[in-house]
Design a protein around this ligand. Structure first.
Ligand code: ZN
Length: 447
C-alpha cells in the first residue's frame, strides 16, 4: 500500500505566486491542492512556517558514471542532489566510455535505473567522431545532444572550434543541441603566453584571462549565427560573461525560443576575487570571471535573457584538483547546495522566491519538454522540496554527501535548510535521513 502524505499549512511557491495551502500526495502523484481534511490513513506533515518548492531540475550535471566512479557515481551524487532539493537531473556524456552511441546511452539508463535516487535523463554526446551517426539517428529518442566535456578526451573536438561540423549538425539535427561555448584557439594562444612567463605553475587567478571573455563571446556569437541560419534548436551551456548575455532574446516566451541559455550557480556565486582564497578549487571551464560578469549574469537571469539555472556539478578528487595549473582538473561539486545558494540571494533581496522556482523548476521542464514535472499541479509527479527559510547551518566535510568529500563552499553558512525531499511521491530525504527503497525514474519528455 502506498503511503498518503498530507502536507498541511504549507506556503507553496509555484507559477509566480506564494500561497498557503494543503497538498495531498499518493501513488507518486500530487492528488489534490487546497483545503484538505485529515483522514486516519494520512501521514500528516505540518508545513507551518515552511515553504514548498517543486523539486529542482538540474539541466547539467556530471555524475561520472560509468567509468569515472572514483570521483562520483549515480548513487552518491543523486543522493547529494536530493539532500539539496534536486529531484531530477540531466547528465552529460563525458563518462568512460563517452556516450556517443544509442547503445551506450541505453546502458547508462540501465545503470541509472538501478542506482539513481533522483529522476534522470542523459545527453547523447556529439563530436567530430560521431557526427555522421548522430545526424542519421532518430533524435526523438533522446533529450538532446551535447559536446560538453568531450574535448577533454580529444583536443579539437569541441563543436565551437569546428564550424563545419557544427553547421552540419545544425542543418540536420532536430533535437536540442547543447554546446560548451569557448574558442579553444583563443584559449591556447593565451595558455602559450602564460606558459612562457610562469611555466607549469600558472596562478589560478589567471584562469579567466586564459579562458577569456573573448573566447566565450566569439564562440557564442558564431554558434547563434549558425543556428539562426539553419533554424536549429541551440542551447548554450553555462554562460559566464556579461557580454554574451546581450546576444540572447527576452521578448518572446521560452516556449517559442529556438536559442536558449543557462547560468551555473557557481558563476553567480563566485567571482575572480575568490581565486586568491580558493585557487584551483574554483577552476571551472568556462572560468569564473569578474564581479561585473557575475552581476551581469544575475541581471540577465532576472530579465529572462537567461532561461535556466544549472550546477554543472563536476566532482573531482581533491588530489586531482590540487595540482599545478595545467594538470588541475576543471570542475567542482555543487549539486548539494544549488538551492541554498540561490536562497541566499533571496535573503539579500537580489531575487524573489518565485523567480528562483521559475528558473530552477518550471523552465528546465519547459525547455526540455518534460512530461508532468517542474510544477506543483494536480496530476503531476510529486517531486517536492520542503524548505525552512530560517535555519542556519554551515557547510563542512561531515555534512557533504559527495563521493569526492570536498566542496568549494566548505565554511559557508547558509540561512536556509532543505528539510524534506519527495521524489515521485516518495519521501526520500527526511531531516538528514534517507529512505532509499524507491529509486528515481527516467524522465519522460515530449518527442
Ligand atoms: Zn558541464
Amino acid at each position: 500500500m502506498t503511503l498518503k502524505y498530507l502536507i498541511k499549512n504549507i506556503t507553496m511557491v509555484n507559477e509566480g505566486y506564494s500561497t498557503t495551502t494543503d497538498i495531498l500526495i499518493y501513488d507518486g502523484i500530487i492528488q489534490k491542492i487546497g483545503n484538505i481534511y485529515v483522514e486516519p490513513n494520512h501521514n500528516v506533515i505540518d508545513g507551518t512556517d515552511k515553504h514548498l518548492f517543486p523539486g529542482i531540475i538540474d539541466g547539467q550535471v556530471h555524475f561520472r558514471d560509468p567509468g569515472l566512479t572514483h570521483k562520483g557515481d549515480l548513487y552518491t551524487e543523486s543522493k547529494a542532489a536530493i539532500a539539496g532539493g534536486t529531484t531530477s537531473f540531466i547528465d552529460m556524456p563525458n563518462t568512460v566510455p563517452n556516450i556517443l552511441t544509442v547503445e551506450s546511452l541505453k546502458e547508462k539508463y540501465e545503470i541509472a535505473s538501478k542506482k539513481s535516487l533522483a529522476n534522470y535523463s542523459f545527453f547523447l554526446g556529439v563530436n567530430g567522431d560521431n557526427i555522421e551517426d548522430v545526424i542519421k539517428t532518430d533524435t526523438s529518442q533522446f533529450i538532446g545532444v551535447s559536446d560538453d566535456g568531450l574535448y577533454f578526451t580529444k583536443k579539437g573536438n569541441l563543436l565551437a572550434d569546428n564550424p563545419e561540423t557544427m553547421e552540419k549538425l545544425f542543418a540536420n539535427c532536430k533535437s536540442i543541441i547543447a554546446i560548451h561555448s569557448e574558442k579553444e584557439a583563443v584559449v591556447e594562444k593565451n595558455e602559450q603566453a602564460f606558459r612562457e612567463k610562469y611555466g607549469d605553475d600558472i596562478p589560478a587567478k589567471f584562469h579567466p584571462i586564459i579562458r577569456s571573455t573573448e573566447g566565450c563571446y566569439e564562440a557564442t556569437k558564431q554558434a547563434i549565427e549558425l543556428a539562426q541560419k539553419h533554424n536549429a534548436r541551440l542551447h548554450i551551456l553555462h554562460l559566464t560573461t556579461e557580454a554574451e548575455t546581450h546576444l540572447f532574446q527576452n521578448d518572446i516566451p521560452l516556449q517559442e525560443k529556438k536559442i536558449t541559455t543557462e547560468v551555473s550557480v557557481h558563476h553567480l556565486w563566485f567571482s575572480d576575487k575568490d581565486y586568491e582564497r580558493l585557487g584551483m578549487l574554483i577552476k571551472w571551464n568556462p572560468a569564473i570571471k569578474t564581479e561585473q560578469d557575475k552581476e551581469g549574469l544575475l541581471k540577465a537571469l532576472l530579465d529572462d535573457k537567461i532561461d535556466i539555472i544549472t550546477t554543472d556539478h563536476a566532482p573531482h578528487t581533491l588530489e586531482e584538483k590540487q595540482k599545478p595549473y595545467f594538470q588541475s582538473m576543471s570542475g567542482a561539486p555543487m549539486v548539494q547546495h544549488s538551492l541554498n545558494c540561490m536562497l541566499e540571494f533571496y535573503k539579500q533581496d537580489l531575487i524573489s522566491l518565485e523567480k528562483i522556482v521559475e528558473k530552477m523548476c518550471h523552465n528546465p521542464a519547459i525547455l526540455y519538454s518534460m512530461t508532468n514535472r517542474g510544477f506543483i499541479r494536480e496530476g503531476y509527479f510529486a517531486d517536492l522540496t520542503l524548505v525552512d527559510l530560517n535555519s542556519q547551518w554551515t557547510v563542512a566535510k561531515d555534512n557533504l554527501l559527495y563521493k569526492c568529500g570536498w566542496s568549494p563552499l566548505e565554511g559557508t553558512t547558509f540561512q536556509t535548510e532543505i528539510k524534506q525531499t519527495f521524489v515521485n511521491g516518495n519521501l526520500v530525504y527526511d531531516h538528514g535521513l534517507f529512505y532509499e527503497e524507491k529509486s528515481g525514474m527516467a524522465i519522460d519528455f515530449k518527442k
